[in-house]
Design a protein around this ligand. Structure first.
Ligand code: PDD
Length: 301
């Protein structure tokens, strides 16, 4: 079934949605994006995603375009038109269309594209077993805090994981410390109940789900340590997981072929997942675009 997508002011059937070959997103990856979870027909953490979008645009000196208050009704219309109960909304803003030139164009409006993806983000079968990750060198640029569409290194990392028979890749810096996952933030839990995740810097994306996870640390009876952790520390951790808008908290049960504890999703990880999903459901209920949906409450697997 054809989706309705948003392109520069219009809601169109996906087959009629067109972007110019001269769009700078296409030619230079001169574009930023956001991915927001949709639960029960509402958009979770919409404000935080729109604030990060505004920050990415500012860091890259984009001209002013829609404000958060202009985005929200558009996002809701998109969810409603596509009758989306559960899944994701993708937003991409490019610097616009102009004859190919490395210099930023003058007097060009940014292009805005938005579409939905239906997906079981809560009832994800991978949660039962957890996922396997392999570590790969982080070959990205020095502004990973900006959510740009320059995702080729992430695609290469994921392809390498697939080649090795794993589900995902965790990237590491030159010192052998984990930065983050190919499209998620990375965490370990130590045997002493410490939740360890890399501190915020330009080396990682400042995940919206990460903010939500860190708020729940006390409730999960854990102690937070924001610092780099090494590949060896990860391989020997009591529990490990990743977080993102598309997977919330995803247990990691194998790292570089080493089983994490008994190789099953950790109990603290599952608790954090449950708390995190319930927080997202509450947040989504405040930006309901459709009639109240049937999203299930999260339960530990
Ligand atoms: N990725 N780190 C990277 C490199 C990411 O691409 C993402 C999100 C995250 C987690 O951020 P958040 O919690 O705000 O989703 C961390 C999205 C889901 C994607 O590219 O599809």
């Amino acid at each position: 079934m054809s989706r309705t997508v948003y392109v520069n002011g219009e809601f169109l059937p996906e087959e009629n949605a067109k972007i110019s070959v001269f769009d700078r997103g296409f030619l230079f990856a001169d574009a930023v994006y956001e991915v927001c979870p949709v639960l029960g027909g509402g958009i979770a953490d919409a404000d935080a995603h729109l604030a990060r979008l505004a920050r990415s645009l500012k860091e890259l000196q984009f001209p002013d375009h829609y404000s958060a208050s202009e985005y929200l009704p558009l996002l809701k219309t998109l969810v409603r038109n596509n009758k989306l109960e559960e899944g994701l909304i993708y937003i991409q803003v490019t610097r616009g269309t102009q004859d190919r030139d490395f210099n930023f164009p003058q007097n060009t409006d940014p292009s805005v594209v938005m579409f939905t993806q239906a997906k079981n983000v809560v009832d994800n079968p991978q949660v039962k077993t957890g996922i396997s990750v392999v570590t790969v060198p982080d070959i990205r640029w020095q502004r990973c805090d900006i959510k740009t569409v320059g995702l080729l290194p992430a695609c290469l990392a994921k392809a390498e994981a697939t080649r090795q028979g794993a589900n995902d890749a965790w990237m590491h810096d030159n010192d052998g410390n984990i930065t983050e996952g190919s499209s998620n933030n990375a965490y370990i839990i130590t045997g002493e109940g410490k939740l360890v995740t890399r501190h915020l810097s330009n080396a990682i994306l400042h995940g919206i789900t990460r903010v939500s996870v860190l708020k729940l640390v006390e409730q999960a009876n854990l102690v937070l340590e924001e610092r780099p952790f090494s590949i060896a520390e990860a391989e020997n951790a009591a529990e490990a997981f990743s977080s993102s808008a598309s997977s919330f908290v995803m247990p990691v049960t194998t790292i570089n072929g080493n089983r994490i504890s008994d190789g099953k999703p950790g109990s603290n990880t599952l608790k954090l997942r449950e708390l995190c999903i319930n927080a997202a459901i509450q947040s989504a209920a405040t930006t309901q675009a459709t009639t109240p949906g049937r999203v299930a409450k999260a339960h530990s697997a």
